[in-house]
Design a protein around this ligand. Structure first.
Ligand code: CU
Length: 236
């Protein structure tokens, strides 16, 4: 008798759990809209007819922004096999950044002249995007001075600039890998003395598949083209 009660109560708990999860799925998946949008963006939670035009309600299909398969275009930076360390000492390849628009700049943290302004430009781009509710963008800062810019140094720089979160990735790589990456971006840099580099100031935008879609060169430039490039590949 005791065993039967045990089994029954277990079965009862199982039923409760499974019915809860089914309910959740229904809530998440069942959004219907009128194909004619008679009442604007109004959504309905069950299939049926639009009360205005009587047409069958339909389920909107999520907008596909880019090819989500694993196939990379030959122009994708995700084909590069170089390994990098983030400010959190995680070892990654560029492909780990796949899936979001990327804003990429090359900097070095001890720069007193151009880099602080370049970082400020990126910050302004981010502010503009956030004001338009575009938050799903990654900002990548690649150091051209791997010797000084250890992951620890990059971490300190990220914290100092209030950019130490998952949307801001600071990368430390080998001298050769940094050089290879700079060639892709057409960024030129040269060490003029210890802790001092001359370098191009370029803000690059990559689509979620790792293809370069826009570049703006210079400091304090009008970044409308950068913003528009990012807007062209996001849902907003
Ligand atoms: Cu600089």
């Amino acid at each position: 008798m005791k065993t039967t009660i045990k089994i029954l109560s277990l079965l009862f708990i199982f039923l409760i759990i499974s019915s809860c999860s089914t309910d959740n799925q229904l809530v998440e998946n069942d959004i219907y809209t009128c194909p004619m949008q008679c009442e604007g963006d109004k959504t309905y939670s069950s299939p049926g007819h639009c009360p205005v035009c009587e047409m069958n309600l339909t389920q909107p299909v999520a907008k596909v922004l880019y090819d989500e398969t694993d196939l990379l275009s030959e122009n994708s930076i995700f084909n590069l096999t170089s390994k990098w360390q983030t400010q959190n000492k995680e070892t990654i390849t560029l492909k780990d950044l796949k899936g979001k628009p990327l804003v990429v700049v090359m900097i070095y943290t001890t720069c007193k002249a151009a880099c602080p302004r370049l970082v400020a430009d990126v910050r302004n781009i981010e502010k503009t995007l956030i004001a338009e509710d575009i938050k799903d963008v990654k900002y990548i800062f690649v150091s051209i001075d791997p010797e000084t810019d250890t992951p620890e140094q990059l971490k300190a720089f990220a914290v100092e600039n209030v950019m130490d979160d998952e949307n801001h990735v600071f990368l430390h790589g080998s001298v050769d890998d940094v050089r290879e990456f700079s060639n892709v971006l057409a960024v030129k840099y040269k060490e003029i003395s210890p802790l001092d580099f001359s370098h191009s100031n370029i803000i690059s935008v990559f689509n979620p598949g790792g293809e370069l879609i826009n570049q703006v060169e210079g400091l304090g430039m009008d970044q409308t083209a950068t913003i528009n490039a990012i807007k062209s590949i996001t849902t907003h």
